[in-house]
Design a protein around this ligand. Structure first.
Ligand code: ADP
Length: 642
């Protein structure tokens, strides 16, 4: 093999920036580089073991997977070698020259956000390295040169990738003998002066025990010509709970979830029965960055008889539990099962059903016993869990018990049964309002009448709310009713405040209001579906509502945003007959003949301004901003008598 064909290539710009942060980071926990490299090596072994199920020749006489550590004090190097799947030239360039790893991309995004607030990017980066881990690139925290020699299983050529982590790297073909392995990857770190501790066998042993004990592949070191195993190398999920320490559980979570927080919940179980499987699942304490990506992928790996099969088996966990991380391992599938066979496989369907029930039950326990902790979970993953309300009719009951909402009455979150218990006498509907933004929803004029009568309204601000409500329709036989759609009749409810009740009603403007309604209908003609007196307003003059049979306004906006529909239904404009502005407009209308033509124009402007105001309150854009501005100016001018 020609060894002179060394190629020099540049890192992707983001990688260069990342390396700069990593190399200069003051992060004190540098030892995590070893965890990252061992994790990569173990993934490489898992991948080859799986590939060898269908192509056993890939193992070519070296069937025992191993990760080998060795150090050379004279040369000040540390070597990590694995006989996993290896990388060819293109893979070396692609994997080690660009940011492929999702966690690293998230790290960089966080960096960007932090730099907006802070000029001291280095310190910020250091903290984040601990939180995210930056995979292979973390080697540059301890090494000033890294050499990766790799030979892909089943291929003849070996390649060496070398870099000092400063902008570029080289790739060269090397003789296959350069690698003292049948296949796989050897990484030689030339340790920085201040990182000499990582040649020390005792130190390495401690680090491996701390961070990589759960790794299912043996991690060995040659001491006195003898191979010494540093980790337990047993699948942690197969061990009895009593044999796993809190630290080990946590480290495994970091490994399997590529996350670096502490998990919020852990489920470790073994099921023996018709179908046999065990699982170790976690709910993270924070949102994974791709939680709302359209693929809705979960983070649970499928193992069969301790062998990794895939981390992309959609059938294993329903999309509304996609925040789960961990492993499910079953005895009841064939090792060489193909992807196609996994779809709709009855064993998987059964496991999914049982695991779903188990997770929901555990969440319910938390919700009942630790409501404050549960509220944190809900904040992170409630919007995802609610997808289950319309996707999984079988679990609807428990999901409605798990759902939490902001409401006009409770400080924190409330459940639906809490709402029903607090319902006013004679109240038969569960009232809700939905919108994009929790604060805007809370301030909506539609709530005024309900507030005055002390009737609780659920405040919904997740897009998914528009979908599950029509799907489930009722809770404990009480229908859900949007306060922004159709008529509401609040006349049967007493006003909350007895003082207020005692107050004389403002002068009734009924006769004038009818005329004003008629006038507005005429003036706004095609722009609205109807104009009506409002039951729901107390403090605001106007609001828009959707007519009973029409789509809820928020849903319609959502669908338009996602280009699902391109028409908009016309709205009903509701006016508040008790509002002083509405009353003075009514009077003005009665007097207009006396006042002459100018009053007509003013009333016409007022009509359109009322409508535009209601649109703005709905978060909609004013269709004709120029006309809006002209009318506003005219009215203000008249007001000032200019
Ligand atoms: P991650 O492991 O999260 O994907 P890294 O930056 O650590 O991110 O590694 C990037 C990629 O390089 C890996 O996804 C893998 O494809 C490849 N890789 C790294 N180390 C090895 C190894 N020892 N053997 C084979 N492939 C490896």
């Amino acid at each position: 093999m020609d060894t002179n064909c060394e190629e020099k290539l540049s890192f992707q710009a983001e990688v260069s920036r990342l390396l700069d942060i990593v190399a200069n980071s003051l992060y004190s926990n540098k030892e995590i580089f070893l965890r990252e490299l061992i994790s990569n090596a173990s993934d490489a072994c898992d991948r080859l073991r799986y590939a060898a199920l269908t192509e056993p020749e890939l193992l070519a006489g070296d069937p025992d997977f191993k990760i080998h550590l060795s150090s050379d004090a004279k040369a000040r190097t540390l070597t990590i070698a694995d006989n996993g799947i290896g990388m060819n030239r293109d893979e070396l360039i692609e994997n080690l020259g660009t940011i492929a790893r999702s966690g690293t991309a998230a790290f960089m995004n966080q960096m960007k956000d932090q730099e907006k607030d802070k000029s001291d990017g280095k310190t910020g980066g250091a903290n984040l390295i601990g939180q995210f881990g930056v995979g292979f690139y973390s080697s540059f925290m301890v090494a000033d040169k890294v050499e990766v020699t790799s030979r892909k299983a089943g291929e003849d050529h070996a390649w060496t990738w070398t870099s000092d982590g400063k902008g570029d790297f080289t790739v060269a073909a090397v003789s296959p003998d350069a690698l003292d392995l049948a296949r796989g990857t050897r990484i030689v770190l030339s340790l920085k002066k201040d990182a000499a501790e990582y040649q020390d066998t005792a130190r390495l042993r401690t680090i491996v025990k701390t961070y990589s004990d759960h790794v299912a592949i043996p991690v060995v070191m040659t001491v006195d010509d003898k191979e010494d195993m540093l980790n337990s190398a047993s699948a942690i999920w197969r061990r009895a709970k009593s044999e796993v320490s809190e630290e080990q559980y946590k480290e495994f979570y970091h490994h399997v979830a590529h996350a670096f927080d502490d998990p919020w919940l852990r489920l470790h179980f073994k099921v023996e029965g018709v179908i046999e499987y065990s699982g170790l699942l976690y709910v993270p304490a924070s949102q994974p960055f791709d939680l709302f990506a359209p693929e809705r992928r979960h983070g649970v790996k499928l193992y069969v008889k301790r062998i990794f099969i895939t981390d992309d088996c959609a059938e294993l966990v329903p999309p509304y539990l996609r925040f789960l991380r961990g492993v499910i391992d079953t005895e009841d599938l064939a090792l060489n099962i193909s992807r196609e066979m996994l779809q709709e496989h009855p064993v998987l369907t059964k496991i999914r059903g049982a695991v779903t029930k188990r997770v929901l039950k555990e969440l319910k326990k938390k919700a009942e016993k630790k409501p404050e902790e549960y509220a944190k979970f809900w904040e992170n993953f409630g919007a995802v869990l609610k997808e289950g309300l319309y996707e999984d009719a079988g679990q609807r009951e428990i999901l409605t018990e798990l759902a939490r909402f902001a409401s006009t009455k409770s400080e924190g979150l409330t459940g639906l049964s809490g709402y029903v218990e607090r319902m006013a006498e004679g109240q038969s509907d569960i009232y809700y309002i939905s919108g994009n933004d929790a604060d805007a929803v809370r301030r909506s004029p539609h709530l005024e009448g309900f507030e005055a009568k002390g009737i609780e309204v659920l405040l919904l601000s997740d897009p998914v709310d528009e979908f599950w409500i029509p799907a489930i329709g009722t809770f404990q036989d009480k229908p859900f009713k949007s306060v922004t759609r159709g008529d509401v009749d609040l006349s049967g409810f007493a006003t909350k405040d007895s003082d207020e009740k005692a107050k004389p009603e403002p002068e009734d403007a009924a006769p004038g209001t009818d005329a004003l309604v008629a006038f507005l209908k005429l003036a706004l003609k095609d722009a609205v579906k109807d104009v009506r007196r409002s039951e729901r307003l107390t403090g605001s003059p106007v609001c828009l509502i959707a007519d009973e049979g029409d789509m809820d306004m928020h849903l319609e906006r959502l669908l338009k945003q996602h280009r699902q529909i391109d028409t908009a239904s016309k709205r009903v404009l509701e006016i508040n007959p008790k509002h002083s502005l509405i009353r003075s407009l009514s009077r003005r209308l009665e007097d207009k003949d006396a006042a002459g033509g100018g009053a007509n124009a003013a009333l016409d402007d007022a009509a359109w301004l009322l409508l535009d105001q209601a649109r703005i309150l709905e978060g909609e854009t004013v269709p004709d901003p120029a006309a809006f501005a002209r009318r506003l100016t005219a009215i203000v001018e008249r007001g000032f008598g200019t």
